[in-house]
Structures are given as structure tokens and as C-alpha cells.
Ligand binder design. Sequence first.
Ligand SMILES: [Ca+2]
Length: 204
Amino acid sequence: MNIILPILSFLCGVMLTETASGSSEEGKPSPGVVQELWFGIPGASVKDLTHRKIFETAAPDVRTISHLDVENQGDRYGARYSALLKVPASGKYRLYLSSDDSAELWLGKDATQKDMACIATVKGYSDIHNWGNQPNQASEPVQLEADRFYFLQVIHKEDGGPDHMSVAWSGPGIPAPVIIPATALFIPPGILPEEKKQSPAKAD
Ligand SMILES: [Ca+2]
């Protein structure tokens, strides 16, 4: 793959990329994660976002970031993170979620959202980058193939106080959980607002 790495800059603890489009010039997905934010929503449960009508409307704040690893974004917000996951080697992987407040981690069977399953949760909150505060923070082992993309999504709800959300993995050659590197995360075609007006492109 011939991918031009985006210019990275730090802002409020979040690495922002300069990527403006979900697809590179070759039609391959660009590196990154799409972050959609809805501010002004109370509650510490994921349902406090997903059960509201506003969740069915376009997020007023959409950003492109490099990792599923964010903190200190404010209070009373809900967030949805979308990316295509591509593993470096085929094999069994576990994914891990930590967050404050609650979050859900969903994984698809391919590059689409149609067969996503919730594979890890945090209820209430966990410590930052602590993958073992609660029993459901780690997924069961899942077989992932190196030549495929898998749709990955996190729904995160913050009420007040500290806030963070991170996703790690372990698998072939990765014995202990580490934050999923930027090289494994790509922007799903058709997710960014400027692309939603066009017909969706194929992911692979
Ligand atoms: Ca909090």
C-alpha cells in the first residue's frame, strides 16, 4: 500500500490529522479514525446517547483523529468513533476497552456495519488504560485476517469529571494489550459528512 502519512498535531490530548477525505487518491481508505461528538447531553450511560433522537441526526462536531485513545474533551458529551481495522498478521486477537464514563466496543465481520457485534463494554468507568477493572473490558479471542478490513466502532458517553476512551489489542506477536497503532486504523468510506452526500465507495 502506498499511503502518505498525514501531518499530526496535538490538541487537547487528541492527535488530529490533516486528512480531509476518507479515501486516498488510489481509492484505498486513508489512515485515521472518525470521531463524532454531541455536546450538551447529560448522563453516564451509553443509552443516554443512543436512546436520544439527537443520535439519529448528524453529529454537529466531526473530527479525524489517529488513534482510539482520547481524554479531557469536556463534560456532558457523547461520542461515536468509527474506523476500519486491518491487522498486521492473521490470527486470534483480543480487543480491550477502557473509558470514563461508559462505553461499548463493536466489531464487524467485514468492512461494513451490517453484522457488528458488541464485544467489550465499560459500565460506569474504568481507570485510564486499565483493561481489567471490569470483566467485560476484554473481548473473547476473534480470528482476524491480514488481508481484510473490519468495521470497528465505539460509543462513549461522558457525564462529568474525568473523561477518557481507549482501545487496545493483543494477538500474534503482541502478548500484552497495547493501544492499537495508527497503522492499523483507516477511515471508513462514506462516514465523513462531505462524503455522505456522495454514493458510498467500496472499502477494499
Ligand atoms: Ca466522567
